[in-house]
Design a protein around this ligand. Structure first.
Ligand code: ATP
Ligand code: MG
Length: 230
């Protein structure tokens, strides 16, 4: 379980998050919604240790990881897929995956699992990542993160700029991954339908504060849309 407790985070003197609480239960999906600039990416960067909270705590399975460096958080099971589907553009999709698989004893098995999860990957493994479509790059980025063997996957707007059929493939993959109960997902989204379809819990961020939170599912859509309309 990942718990983000009352975190305050900023850039220099400018504070962006003013006390945000997010809980990601073991084997569950929690969605963080909010408009452009609400602080969603800032929250994920703080969770993985790329930004230091001014105050507040971050717990992974009850252990305080607030002051740990990023590599240590990754070693303990966090994996972060940044916004914008970044990969090593000059390398092929296969090389992008192999790079991570080579760092793990079970890398070959994990690479095979990632290929099972995203069957479409097989069709573009030999292509340079920089030449892939947005949807293909997103699948590649999630697959690469999974090869690190995470317990908590942090996804920043995986559906941004992606065609609906690929959005469905990504949603199916998230649900399949969390089905086994081992992996938790913190999903940052602006796409309300997608987020609530995948998530058991949601939090709406509004100008760096947790404005509304509750149980996911389609029933929550009205409350979320109302919270985001203001
Ligand atoms: N490196 C930075 N230095 C200073 N301010 C920043 C920096 N990165 C983001 N900000 C500011 O922090 C606020 C929150 O940005 P953030 O990227 O977390 O929002 P977001 O919710 O992820 O938005 P989007 O949906 O557009 O990705 C914005 O006002 C932004 O201008
Ligand atoms: Mg963002």
């Amino acid at each position: 379980m990942l718990e983000i407790l009352d975190v305050h985070v900023g850039y220099g003197r400018t504070m962006v998050l003013h006390g945000v609480d997010v809980h990601v239960p073991t084997g569950g999906v929690t969605a963080v919604l909010g408009h452009n600039g609400a602080g969603k990416t800032t929250l994920l960067r703080a969770a993985v240790g790329l930004l230091k909270p001014r105050s507040g705590r971050i717990l992974l399975d009850g252990e305080d990881i607030t002051r740990l460096p990023t590599f240590e958080r990754v070693r303990r099971g966090l994996a972060y897929v940044p916004q914008g589907q970044q990969s090593f553009g000059e390398l092929t999709a296969r090389e992008n995956l192999q790079l991570v698989a080579d760092t793990r004893k079970d890398g070959a098995q994990r690479m095979a699992d990632a290929m099972d999860l995203f069957p479409a990957l097989a069709g573009f493994l030999g292509r340079r990542a920089g030449l892939l479509s947005g949807g293909q790059r997103q699948q590649l980025a999630i697959a690469r993160a999974l090869i690190t063997g995470p317990r908590v996957l942090l996804l920043d707007e995986p559906t941004e700029g992606i065609q609906p059929s690929v959005v469905t493939e990504i949603e199916d993959a998230i649900l399949e991954l969390t089905d086994t109960g081992d992996l938790s997902v913190l999903l940052v989204e602006q796409h309300v339908g997608f987020a609530l379809g995948a998530a058991e819990r949601y939090t709406v961020l509004e100008s760096g504060r947790s404005a509304t939170s509750g149980a996911g599912g389609e029933e929550a859509e009205e409350a979320v849309r109302a919270a985001m309309a203001v």
